[in-house]
Design a protein around this ligand. Structure first.
Ligand SMILES: Nc1nc2c(c(=O)[nH]1)N[C@H]1C(S)=C(S)[C@@H](COP(=O)(O)O)O[C@H]1N2
Ligand SMILES: [Mo]
Length: 403
């Protein structure tokens, strides 16, 4: 791919114009709304296929774009199609990027700072595929009670793709990591909308950067990275929240010491130990690895199921930063049934699960699925509330009505 482009007109026509409703009306499709079931505030959002380059998505914000996948995207398989992957930009993104002009500057605590073309990057080492879940640290935060600040996501700020690229360590080797290096920081082409606001830059510890599965990727599900997902290059850190997966990668900076930049030192942090909503002053840690999660995708909350008949429940689960080992269906009266896991597509991928209840006798109140990973991390019964709603992994519950 030589150039990836979203015209400003397309962006505006597709996603603004009074806003999504008008774009839909122009196509003869009535405005459609989806209820995200958010307990603490407005819960309806536009659901539209009109955003350029996207299938049907939930619009949380038009510019910079915040698009959420409806949960129906997760009903089949483990791979999320590129046009249904959620989108998140902190700042305005360029709407056109020319591959031939693109450079990645590698500098900082290195032997020799270099500026790399896409060919240099592609030639830096072996080409590697990793199937990994891209999940926003704030995924599901809109379900927090009490309500928290930030984008009020339902649970659709996640998706799983096959990423192809070279190892970050091979790109770093082009410059040579110097003695005393501690972290590796990334910046992309997006710039703050307001003067003096911090640029979106993020860093990871050097030992993570050197992992064999941490990539500088150019492909997503065998296609060039779409512009919205960071054309031409993005960082992929499997098992870590995707806030570190910097898109439109343009700078790699090897650091000495701590990173005191805003998005590492001040934001994207959570309480070091459990707190209550009344606590105002507490130590924090940067959000990093993902915990296990599981979702029922075969049935929506409130769905009606046939009394006296067997019921098959299905869904997806993830281990987070370690392999998924167990999924159990849990509910009232000590209900705790192991589910059958589907094919293993890799440690950091979604994995399907299913379970059959032999005969439905009554409503299934507040049932959920509980994932466990190879490190022994288990989804908790109650929400570990934090002021930004980060790293939600409480067991998600639904009720099914028997008729
Ligand atoms: N350049 C750049 N990269 C970025 C961001 C950003 O604002 N700018 N947001 C990060 C955050 S917070 C998330 S959740 C993921 C979202 O990736 P996606 O839009 O491909 O789903 O991108 C990450 N990479
Ligand atoms: Mo995010």
């Amino acid at each position: 791919m030589i150039e990836s482009k979203l015209t400003r007109r397309a962006l505006i026509a597709g996603a603004s114009a009074g806003t999504v409703g008008a774009a839909l009306a122009a196509q003869g499709i009535g405005p459609q709304l989806i209820d995200l079931g958010l307990p603490g505030g407005p819960s309806l959002r536009p659901l539209t296929p009109a955003f350029p380059g996207k299938g049907e998505m939930i619009v949380q914000r038009i510019r910079p774009p915040l698009l959420e996948a409806p949960m129906s995207v997760f009903r089949d398989g483990v791979i999320t199609p590129n046009d249904r992957m959620f989108v998140r930009w902190n700042w305005d993104m360029p709407t056109s990027v020319k591959a031939a002009d693109h450079r990645v500057a590698v500098g900082g605590t290195v032997t020799q700072a270099v500026s790399l073309t896409l060919d240099d990057i592609a030639g830096a080492g072996e080409h590697v595929d990793v199937v990994a879940i891209n999940q926003c640290a704030g995924n599901g935060r809109g379900l927090s009670e009490p309500r928290v600040t930030g984008t009020q996501w339902g649970n659709g700020a996640m998706g799983c793709a096959k990423w192809t690229g070279v190892r970050l360590k091979d790109v770093l080797a082009k410059a040579g990591v110097a003695k005393g290096a501690t972290r590796v920081r990334f910046a992309g082409l997006d710039v703050p909308l307001t003067d003096g606001a911090p640029q979106f830059i993020k860093s990871i510890p050097l030992d993570i950067a050197m992992r064999d599965d941490v990539l500088v990727a150019w492909a997503m599900n065998d296609a060039p990275l779409p512009l919205l997902h960071g054309f031409p290059l993005r960082v992929v850190v499997p098992g870590w929240f995707s806030t570190y997966w910097v898109k439109m990668l343009s700078t790699i900076e090897v650091l000495m010491g701590e990173d005191d930049s805003y998005y590492v030192a001040k934001s994207y942090r959570m309480p070091a130990a459990p707190i209550t909503p009344e606590d105002k002053d507490f130590p924090t840690v940067a959000i990093t690895t993902m915990p296990p999660r599981a979702f029922i995708t075969s049935h929506d909350d409130g769905a009606v199921v046939a009394k006296g008949k067997p019921l098959v429940l299905e869904g997806i689960a993830m281990g987070g930063d370690a392999a998924l080992t167990k999924v159990a269906l849990v509910g009232e009266g000590g209900l705790d049934i192991p589910c059958t896991l589907g094919p293993d597509e890799g440690t950091f991928a979604f994995r399907r699960w299913s379970v059959t209840i032999p005969a439905i006798t009554d409503d299934l109140e507040g049932i959920g699925v509980r994932a466990t990973n190879a490190e022994g991390a288990v989804q908790p019964e109650s929400l570990a509330w934090n002021p930004s709603g980060y790293a939600r992994n409480v067991i998600e519950r639904i009720t099914l009505r028997a008729q």
